[in-house]
Each structure stands twice: as C-alpha cells, then as structure tokens.
Design a protein around this ligand. Structure first.
Ligand code: ZN
Length: 68
C-alpha cells in the first residue's frame, strides 16, 4: 500500500496527475487532494477519476500508470 494524491490543478493537456507521497514532483499540500492508502497506482487513478474527468499517472512516480 502507498499513500496517493491527485493534483487539484490540471496540466496544460488537462490531465490531473496522480502521485505517491514520496514523489519529488508532488506539489505543495494546498495543490493536492489525498486519495488514501491504496494498493496500486491503477486503483489510485480510478479513485481520482471519481473527482476529476481527466486523470493520469505521474510520469516519475507512477510510470506503469502513466499514459503518454
Ligand atoms: Zn509523481
């Protein structure tokens, strides 16, 4: 399990990126929403999709869930 967060602000392409708590690209606390302690980035992306229409895994900390 890992702690996952989603960025509240979208990237230029509209993606809301999902990060784990240890990611160096994780924005400041007021720019992220806590998703929970989740088993995989795939599940975290699914959870984030309940709040944001367009989500993607972070290219650094969630490479297996990042769709280029
Ligand atoms: Zn990340």
């Amino acid at each position: 399990m890992a702690e996952f967060y989603v960025e509240i602000n979208a990237q230029a392409n509209g993606d809301h990126l999902v990060h784990n708590a240890a990611c160096s690209l994780l924005p400041a606390k007021d720019g992220i929403r806590y998703l929970g302690s989740i088993a995989s980035c795939a599940s975290a992306v699914k959870k984030a999709a309940e709040s944001f229409r367009q989500v993607n895994g972070c290219p650094q900390c969630a490479t297996s869930c990042h769709i280029a």
